[in-house]
Structure formats: structure tokens, C-alpha cells
Ligand binder design. Structure first.
Ligand code: KMH
Ligand code: ZN
Length: 308
């Protein structure tokens, strides 16, 4: 992650649909397997080397852990792109760990997310905006987060590292929503349960995690440097309106970036993004304007030590 004067290329991850936003928030959220496949392929064509994927019930858009639904879009994506497939193990609110892991254990992807601590995960500000909900699950899902703990205990993390990491050769996007999560990762490194290079996704602006203050970005990077030295690759995502500013800062500070409708449904102030590709294109343009180069999937694989 040390900024290198030459040769460094920025890995763009695109998180295509997630489990945070709901269909009534934007008509552009990919829901059906065909929509998820099309959005993922578009993002890859625009420059995303890694595609972070969740699944949704095709009729209502509710997040689902069903591997059969993943299998409706994964082959299509693999047929049309060389991008690295990254399957979420965060799933959606209310899913048990075994459910959250099911799709990854079946598909044995090159990458999967691994959330590095338990936390509050507030989506209820989404309720503040008056709107006509298309589906009853949507306000209920947001409301539920008032009293929900996103559970990622030490035992849970160890289970994922063992089953998916050691069992399937999957490498992780370590989701770190706060400074303590970096120390949790360092703990598992100390225990020999995970080997470098690590791909650390530092996340800003989730209610329950560290706030979207640029000082926090610098601090997370600084602590990660102290804990992991040159053994890690650093990536940044920020929620909602902070998305583009923080990913731009990440590029400047020598990091990689994640965009996508999972993280923000906007492309500019008050303007909904019409596609994932639009966000990838925007951050790519900003980074290239800063004279940074974008990694291809093959370059990302080599950099991150993926199984290919
Ligand atoms: N379940 C979400 C609230 C990930 O993809 O690993 C967060 C999440 C992250 O699912
Ligand atoms: Zn996700």
C-alpha cells in the first residue's frame, strides 16, 4: 500500500447492488439476475477489476442469500468479463452466518468480503425521506436496523477464514468500518489464520462505523501501515454523498477504490446514478486526470495474490 512513484495501478472494485438500498430509493438498482449481470458487465467494461456481488429476490428486490439466485447471474458475468468475482459474506440484515456464507461456499470465488467486527448498522435515516414504498419489506427492513446488531464475532470471523479462506482458497476484502476492525485483522494475522497480501477495504460514513471525515481516512491508513507495513493493499469506500470525494482522496493517498450502487445511489448532488458503470467511469476519469493508472483484472490478480 506504500505509495510508489511508478508502477502502481489503482484497483477499482464495483459493488453492484448490495443489501442496503431498496428498490423504492432508485429505479436504477439492479434487482433481477439479468439486471445484476448486465450492471456487473457494464461496470467491468467501464474499468472495474473486481465485482462485489449480492443477490436479490427477483420479484421484490429483497436481499437473498440463495446460492441458486447467485448462479443465475454468475455464469453470465464470467462469460462476458474477466473481472474478479467477489461474493459478499455480509449478506443482508437478519441473515444467519450460515446463510451469508452459502453462496460463497458453493461458488468458491476468488474473493469474498469479510466484515471485521460486530456493529450497529443504521439504515433508518432512509426512513426519513417520505416516499411511496413499492414493497412492504422495505420500510420494515430499514426500521429493523434500529435494534439490529451486524454480528461478526471473533468465532464468526475465524469460521469464515477457515471454511472459505483455507477451505476454498478465497482471498478476502477485509471490511473495516472502524479502527478497531484493523486491530481485529491484526489479531488473526498474529494467529496465522490469514496470510499476506491483505486487501483492506476501509469504510467511511456508515452510521455505526467511523465517520466520513478526511482525517479519519488518513488515520485508518496510518494505523494500517503500522499494523501491516507493506503486507497490505488499501482500498476505500464511503457511503452516500461521500463516495467520490473519499475515493478520490484514496487515489491521492496511494490507495484503491470501491464504487457502486451498494455504496451510493448518486452520481452527483441530488442526481441518481443511472448505472454502476456511470460511477466507475466517473472515478476512473478523476483518477486518470490525476495521472493514475487503472489496474486490469489480470493486474489486480497479480497484485492481490488471487488464485485466478
Ligand atoms: N449486510 C450489509 C449491511 C458486505 O457485503 O460484506 C453489509 C454487507 C457488507 O453486506
Ligand atoms: Zn456488500
Amino acid at each position: 500500500s506504500k505509495p510508489k512513484a511508478t508502477g502502481r495501478k489503482v484497483v477499482i472494485t464495483c459493488a453492484v447492488t448490495g443489501s442496503i438500498h431498496t428498490p423504492s430509493m432508485t429505479p436504477y438498482l439492479p434487482i433481477t439476475p439479468a439486471e445484476i449481470a448486465e450492471a456487473a458487465i457494464g461496470a467491468a467494461e467501464a474499468g472495474a477489476a473486481i465485482l462485489h456481488l449480492h443477490a436479490r429476490k427477483p420479484d421484490t428486490g429483497q436481499p437473498t442469500p440463495d446460492p441458486a439466485v447467485f448462479m443465475e447471474f454468475l455464469p453470465r458475468i464470467k462469460q462476458s468479463t474477466d473481472a474478479v468475482i467477489n461474493i459478499s459474506t455480509g449478506g443482508g440484515h437478519g441473515m444467519a452466518l450460515t446463510e451469508r456464507l452459502a453462496a460463497a461456499l458453493v461458488t468458491r470465488p476468488e474473493m469474498a468480503s469479510l466484515n471485521m467486527g460486530s456493529m450497529n448498522f443504521g439504515l433508518f435515516p432512509g426512513l426519513d425521506k417520505p416516499r411511496d414504498w413499492q414493497h412492504a419489506w422495505e420500510p420494515a427492513y430499514l426500521e429493523m436496523t434500529r435494534d439490529f446488531i451486524f454480528r461478526n464475532t471473533f468465532k464468526d470471523i475465524e469460521f469464515v477464514l477457515t471454511e472459505l479462506g483455507q477451505g476454498c482458497g478465497t482471498k478476502f476484502e477485509f471490511e473495516c468500518y472502524d479502527v478497531g476492525h484493523l486491530y481485529n485483522l491484526a489479531h488473526f494475522v498474529d494467529r496465522g489464520l490469514v496470510k499476506p497480501p491483505f486487501f483492506i477495504q476501509t469504510i467511511f460514513g456508515i452510521l455505526g462505523g467511523i465517520g466520513a471525515d478526511p482525517d479519519n481516512l488518513v488515520h485508518m491508513r496510518h494505523i494500517a501501515d503500522k499494523l501491516f507495513g507493506t503486507d497490505y493493499h488499501w482500498s476505500v469506500l464511503a457511503a452516500g454523498r461521500h463516495q467520490m470525494a473519499f475515493t478520490t482522496l484514496a487515489g491521492i493517498y496511494g490507495g484503491n477504490v470501491r464504487v457502486g450502487l451498494e455504496d451510493s445511489i448518486y452520481i452527483a448532488k441530488g442526481e441518481l446514478a443511472k448505472s454502476n458503470a456511470e460511477q466507475v467511469t466517473k472515478i476512473r476519469r478523476i483518477l486518470e486526470d490525476l495521472s493514475l493508472e487503472i489496474a486490469t483484472p489480470a493486474e489486480a490478480r497479480a497484485q492481490l495474490g488471487l488464485k485466478g
